[in-house]
Design a protein around this ligand. Structure first.
Ligand code: F6P
Length: 539
């Protein structure tokens, strides 16, 4: 496989990185080649620390690391998730109904659309009140129980699409094994009118199983005179690839919404994992969301690299990470309703590209996935932006701006947008001591007030936050993550790094009730276990 560091483009980029002009000197030149749009998203990379030569070499890097070939393999259904021997076909979930999708010589498109049809039917029943709880009352509360990809996408979408959510039903998302998460969701829930959607690809994830069982105990305790198995069948549905596990839990097999091993958890919000989203926004809006995803997929699949928005975004991320040594990216949505988007992206980006071994098993000798984090603006401005502007770490920033929040021009929306544009400008240009002095600032404060600027910023603008734009935005990040992974030669679709911690947690849980197991752990862990036991004994 290609080592990116061995490509001519990598050598060019190394040379170019040493002689890039600061953004102040670049920004007013012709930067139109850094402005692109696709699927209703306009992207402005003109505040990135690169010029046309860098861009040309990044396009060369895309070519020399065969990004387009691997993209085509993904769309074809080849098993590109090599460590798990799986295809990677989340793009198939949003493809039109008549488009065949071949996995291991079988067209899986009919299966995809049959699950979607069952989801539509079920969602309509819940939304219209036709689906009744065990005592004959309609559902007014939906609680999604799942974690990671089985939680973050649905929770993020529910908030993002707040204006499209059916008002008669409230939604909660329970993920944490901390019992307070479920407790809070159950407060005020009416057991006769609550529907639980247990979402777990494997149906073995400890947090989800504990919460699902606790939810079952709660409803059975609150509806004591009814047949327990009928109660579970009427108030629980499941989204899973593990039918046996679901049946063992007591859920009626007719109420399982399936998906497939070629859909990764963090890429699954458009599969049946999105059942709560469909109930919330309705099947038609869900279809519009799928179209948003698909429009970006088609752009990614067909646009030449130099015009391909996700590919360039991915290549620029590699430039920042490997040539400018920037370790972290802040995601700054200027939208209250995109509040969970940074958390969603953390799994998408870091579970995908937080890797140090290449697809062929060799260790990487360059940097891979950046650290992603963020908060909606303007709240972040009053907390961590100080470090963004004047700290010693350089943070790349993704601004997400929604041009129109509601019908007509809302004056507060204009202020929100103005703040985003102001921050993007100041981060990239800064202010010099000279400028401060000529503006009458006190001489002893000049050093404190100086802003170095030169912080790389991408600015994405969407017209309105709606199902289509949300789909396009998520797909944009998915394909940027894919592009980065291919350049780095890593498998973006496995997650072995999360396994060991789960296993050790099981061992520690056992040691709490069997002291002979404690000494198997390292000294620090032994100390913490004993402290935990000592504190609990004091009660
Ligand atoms: O933490 C690892 C992980 O496997 C994620 O990749 C996944 O989204 C999450 O756990 C939940 O898994 P499941 O849907 O099988 O419960």
């Amino acid at each position: 496989m290609t080592d990116p560091m061995e490509t001519p483009a990598w050598a060019e980029l190394t040379t170019l990185a040493a002689r890039q002009l600061p953004l102040r000197a670049l920004i007013d030149k012709d930067r139109t080649y850094l402005r692109l749009s696709a699927a209703g998203i306009s992207a402005d990379f003109s505040r990135q620390r690169l010029d046309s030569q860098v861009l040309e070499s990044l396009v060369g890097l895309l070519d020399q690391t065969n990004v387009a070939d691997l993209r085509d393999s993904m769309f074809r259904g080849d098993p590109i998730n090599t460590t798990e021997g799986r295809s990677v076909l989340h793009v198939a979930l949003r493809a039109p109904v008549n488009q065949p999708v071949i996995v291991a010589d079988v067209d899986v498109s009919p299966d995809i659309h049959s699950v979607l049809d069952r989801m539509r039917n079920f969602s309509d029943q819940v939304r219209s009140g036709q689906w009744k709880g065990i005592t004959g009352k309609s559902i007014n509360r939906v609680i999604n129980i799942g974690i990671g990809g089985s939680d973050l996408g649905p929770a993020m979408a529910n908030r993002a699409l707040h204006d499209f959510v059916i008002p008669e039903i409230s939604f909660a998302f329970v993920s944490n094994v901390d019992a307070n998460d479920l407790k809070e969701a159950l407060e005020g829930s009416d057991p006769e009118r609550t529907l639980f959607i247990v979402v777990s690809k494997t149906f073995t994830t400890e947090e989800t199983m504990l919460n699902a069982n606790a939810a079952k105990s709660w409803i059975l305790k609150n509806l004591p005179h009814l047949n327990p198995s009928d109660v579970v069948q009427q108030h629980f549905v499941a989204v899973s690839t593990n039918s046996q596990g679901v049946a063992d839990f007591g859920i009626n097999l007719r109420n399982i919404f399936g998906f497939w091993d070629w859909v990764g958890g963090r890429y699954s919000m458009v599969s049946a994992v999105g059942l709560s989203t469909m109930i919330a926004i309705g099947p038609n809006n869900f279809d519009v969301m799928l179209r948003g995803f698909h429009d970006m997929d088609e752009h990614f699949r067909t646009a030449p690299p130099q015009e391909n928005l996700p590919m360039l975004m991915g290549a620029i991320a590699v430039w920042n990470r490997d040539f400018l040594n920037i370790e972290t990216t802040a995601v700054l949505p200027y939208s209250h309703y995109l509040g969970r988007f940074p958390a969603y992206l953390q799994q998408l980006t870091m579970e995908s590209n937080g890797k140090r071994v290449r697809r062929d098993g060799s260790l990487v000798h360059y940097n891979t996935g950046a650290i992603f984090w963020g908060e909606p603006g303007t709240n972040g401005q009053h907390s961590f932006y100080q470090l963004l502007h004047q700290g010693t770490s350089i943070v790349a920033c993704d601004f997400i701006v929604v041009a129109r929040e509601s019908e007509g021009v809302d004056p507060q929306q204009a202020i929100l947008v103005a703040n985003a544009l102001a921050q993007a400008s100041v981060l990239s240009i800064g202010v010099t001591r000279e400028e401060l002095r000529s503006n009458g600032n006190a001489p002893d404060l000049l050093a404190h007030k100086e802003m170095p600027g030169n912080r790389p910023v991408s600015l994405f603008m969407i017209d309105k936050l709606n199902p289509h734009s949300l789909g396009a935005l998520v797909a944009l990040y998915e394909h940027s993550v894919f592009t980065q992974g291919v350049i780095w030669g890593i498998n973006s679709f496995d997650q072995w790094g999360v396994e060991l911690g789960k296993k050790v947690a099981t061992g520690i849980t056992l040691s709490f009730s069997d002291a002979s197991l404690i000494e198997a752990f390292d000294a620090s862990t032994q100390y913490s276990i004993k402290e935990y036991l000592r504190i609990n004994r004091q009660d």
